[in-house]
Ligand binder design. Structure first.
Ligand SMILES: [Zn+2]
Ligand SMILES: [Zn+2]
Length: 355
């Protein structure tokens, strides 16, 4: 049903949320109106809200970019379909888009950030319809759970693609128990990695990851890089794996200690993919890359064309969402932001509209 207004939680200024109603815009050709069923709370939302990172569209605006829902208006072929809205919507016209790099299209639209697009902490959201990921038969997986595919799961998938991850590969995930890192761990295992080492400073969560893709874990807290490396080498020796070549490392923390550790573990023919974001500077003797014949790769978002593959992994059980998410009514958004900001959440929270 097409609503009379869109109800939404807007960030009026950073640090303040207000519930408000806005008119439903006239849909343009190629647009759809999606009734939001779930919107995941991401660290990026918190960085806009608490840490002074600027949104492209100045406030007031609605945040939220991990969205699943049902199309209620627009293209007749889509109405009634359950969909995931990609967190990065490429323009599909520019050279980057035409050469397979649409995830980093410079004219891309990000819900809850870019000019001219709404955010998902809302009852409804109008979006370009070309790149919507249609859900189809989702078995017993709730539609709201699938919202986190939009960023938390597809970003690791694209990171794995960037590393040309294939069955039999050896992987290290730094930040393996975090919101995105836990999915990075599952994605790597789900794509057939032969060994996945999870590194994180949260013992409890790290232990949990042993049931979800981590073959071996290391907590680097209180250890020097050398000691972490010793633990890594001991595992390799025990498993009969080489420790000095061919590892694909995913750095998901974006922190200086995480990046330094990643660089110290990088070795011959290795690959380091930078998945996490932070503003610290890390220094490294770049010539080592030359001597190692190694690669250092950045990654951003995920092209919408790969969403169906990630969805399939989430529906066939290679990636488990249930143990990593929890739903809360959207009316608790202020409390959830506060809890997330203070590191009190054990799982990724998906807000479900209750206006
Ligand atoms: Zn995000
Ligand atoms: Zn483009």
């Amino acid at each position: 049903m097409i609503p009379s207004t869109i109800k939404t939680w807007q960030m009026t200024v950073p640090g303040t949320l207000t519930k408000t109603e806005i008119p439903v815009p006239q849909l343009q050709p190629g647009e759809a109106l999606v009734e939001v069923k779930g919107c995941g709370v991401c660290h990026t939302d918190l960085s806009y809200f608490y840490m002074g990172v600027r949104t492209e569209q100045p406030p007031p605006l609605s945040l939220g970019h991990e969205i699943s829902g049902v199309v209620v208006a627009g293209d007749a072929k889509l109405v009634g379909k359950e969909v995931i809205i990609p967190a990065v919507l490429p323009c599909n016209k520019c050279e980057l888009c035409k050469t397979g790099r649409g995830n980093r299209c410079l004219a891309q639209k990000m819900p809850g950030n870019s000019m001219g697009i709404y955010g998902g902490f809302s009852s409804h959201i109008p979006v370009p319809s070309a790149d919507l990921c249609i859900v189809g038969n989702r078995g017993s997986v709730p539609l709201e759970y699938l919202s986190v595919i939009a960023d938390a799961v597809t970003t690791p998938y694209q990171a794995a693609r960037r590393a040309r991850l294939q069955a039999g590969d050896r992987v290290i995930v730094i930040g393996a128990a975090g919101g995105v890192g836990s999915f990075m761990t599952q994605v790597a295992k789900g794509m057939g990695a032969a060994a996945v080492i999870g590194i994180d400073i949260n013992d409890e969560k790290l232990e949990f990851m042993k049931g979800y893709g981590a073959d071996f874990t290391i907590n680097p807290r209180g250890k020097t890089a050398k000691e972490v490396k010793e633990a890594f080498k001991a595992f390799c020796k025990e498993q009969g794996l080489p420790s000095n070549y061919g590892w694909k490392i995913f750095e998901v923390t974006g922190t200086k200690p995480g990046q330094e550790l990643a660089l110290s573990l990088l070795s011959f023919t290795g690959t380091l993919v930078v998945v996490g974001y932070g503003t610290d500077e890390t220094s490294y003797m770049l010539s080592k890359l030359m001597a190692f014949d190694a690669e250092l790769i950045g990654t951003w978002g995920c092209p919408p064309e790969f969403y169906p593959q990630v969805l399939e992994m989430c529906l066939d059980g290679r990636i488990k969402l249930g143990p990593f998410v929890e739903t809360r009514p959207m009316s608790q958004i202020e409390q959830v932001f506060d809890e997330a900001h203070h590191g009190k959440l054990k799982r990724r929270v998906i807000l479900t509209p209750d206006f």
